[in-house]
Design a binder for this molecule. Structure first.
Ligand SMILES: *Cc1c(COP(=O)(O)O)cnc(C)c1O
Length: 432
């Protein structure tokens, strides 16, 4: 490591002694990009992050999704200050949670009833519990490579075929949990049909990222989501959209707004919180009314719906709801992504682009990516070289080929042009 990252390296040494693996979430480690100290950030402003060594980065990590407003957005800073003045936690209902639930319902009409939680993991876990309670069935079908947080059911890997049960993908997850999870490839209705034919009467829900953000950005084939919904319902199972990454990222609302397919239940997180901890789940009233205190499905939270998160989220939706915000994000994202693809090809790299609104992934492979197996063909060495090249020149990406570039409302055309200029250098020097 050069002196550019001297202080980060020193913090990493200290972190390794007291924080497991030196990081508080495994995705933050640089394991997938050659190892070594991750960069320790100290300050964020607009589209930029500044590390402990004083280096500036144009930030396309966006904290893995939430950062759609950039850093220290003045209206978010004001909302946090206002909330702090009034006290941040009461343990009672508040006006803001009512207002936020109404706003979310207006943006996502499928959310007839909502519960606020603190993370995406909790949102998904709770939605699955309600689906099981409502249907009286134990099993869940998910799609290979989709990420649904770190609750036990979400950490089950695919079995050997669509009609096979999964196996634990993490130590500490039991075979008992694996017996209730089936995993099939994304964009593959035949495999889903096969799994439902084998297990249909036991399946509570099919859960899916309607637009994938977790093996890179991959869009559903035309008609695929409609097919998933039809198959699930034919077998008496519910459809859960995990929109933790896509909600208020691909559109005001979510993938369901953009693509016109409504699920029975939706999990939300990341961008809805405007940079503070917030998750939510909700859906059809007759299903959600199974949740306590109305119904027998228990779910609770000391920090759920806390006044700080509620007021920040209201401010975030206010900003994101202004005319032209998503049109501009779409145009700027297309400008940057298409520019990167052109530069990569000019320098002899074979790349595929997956893009949905203000998130996109460049895959280093020969064929367009439609599922996890396809994403796995993206060259890890090339990705690592690109990641390091950008990092050394002040552009921050997620340290994994399975993540996305994410724009914020604070990136300007000048930031994108600076990025493209750096990309020209990085991609020119990379081995083909
Ligand atoms: C990030 C993510 C989660 C988990 O959210 P956390 O807030 O990290 O718990 C769940 N589902 C999807 C689709 C995600 O991208």
């Amino acid at each position: 490591m050069t002196t550019r990252f001297e202080r980060s390296a020193a913090y990493y040494e200290r972190a390794l002694a007291r924080i497991v693996g030196g990081v508080n979430s495994p995705a933050r480690s640089f394991k997938a990009v050659g190892g070594g100290a991750p960069v320790f950030m100290q300050r964020g402003r607009g589209p930029y992050l500044y590390d402990v060594d004083g280096n500036r980065y144009i930030d396309y990590l966006a904290a893995y999704g939430p950062g759609i407003l950039g850093h220290a957005h003045p209206e978010i800073v004001a909302a946090i200050a206002r909330a702090a003045e009034g006290g941040t936690l009461y343990g009672t209902p508040t006006p803001w949670e009512v207002e936020l639930a109404e706003r979310l319902h207006a943006a996502l009409p499928s959310l007839e009833r909502i519960r606020f939680v603190s993370t995406g993991t909790e949102a998904v876990m709770s939605a699955v519990r309600v689906a099981r309670a409502f249907t009286g069935r134990p099993k869940v079908i998910k799609m290979e490579g989709c990420y649904h947080g770190h609750s036990d059911f979400a950490l089950i890997a695919a079995g050997s075929g669509p009609s096979q049960l999964g196996t634990p993908d993490s130590a500490g997850v039991t075979e008992g949990v694996a017996r209730d999870v089936i995993t099939v490839p994304y964009n593959d209705l035949d495999s889903l049909g096969e799994a439902l034919d084998a297990w249909g009467r036991e399946v509570a829900a099919v859960i899916i990222e309607p637009i994938v953000g977790n093996f890179g950005v991959v869009n559903p084939a035309p008609g695929y989501l409609e097919g998933v919904k039809r198959l699930a319902h034919e077998h008496g199972a519910l459809l859960i959209f995990d929109e933790v990454i896509t909600a208020f990222r691909v559109a005001y609302g979510g993938a369901q707004t953009l693509l016109g397919v409504e699920p029975d239940l939706t999990a939300l997180g990341k961008a809805i919180g405007g940079g503070v901890p917030l998750g939510a789940y909700g859906g059809r009233a007759e299903i959600m009314d199974w949740v306590a205190p109305l119904g027998p499905a228990y779910q609770a939270g000391t920090l759920a719906g806390n006044p700080l998160s509620m007021q920040v989220a209201l401010a975030a939706l206010e900003i994101l709801g202004r005319p032209g915000v998503y049109e501009r994000l779409e145009a700027e994202s297309a400008y940057l992504a298409d520019g990167l693809v052109a530069i990569a090809r000019r320098h002899g790299h074979t790349v595929q682009l997956g893009r949905a609104g203000s998130m996109f992934t460049l895959f280093f492979c020969d064929e367009p990516v439609t599922d996890y197996k396809g994403a796995e063909r993206s060259d890890p060495q090339k990705f690592a070289a690109m990641f390091r090249g950008f990092l050394d020149r002040g552009v921050l990406l997620a340290p994994s080929r399975f993540e996305a570039w994410m724009l914020s409302v604070q990136h300007t055309r000048a930031d994108l042009d600076e990025t493209l200029q750096i990309a020209d250098e990085v991609l020119r020097q990379m081995v083909r």
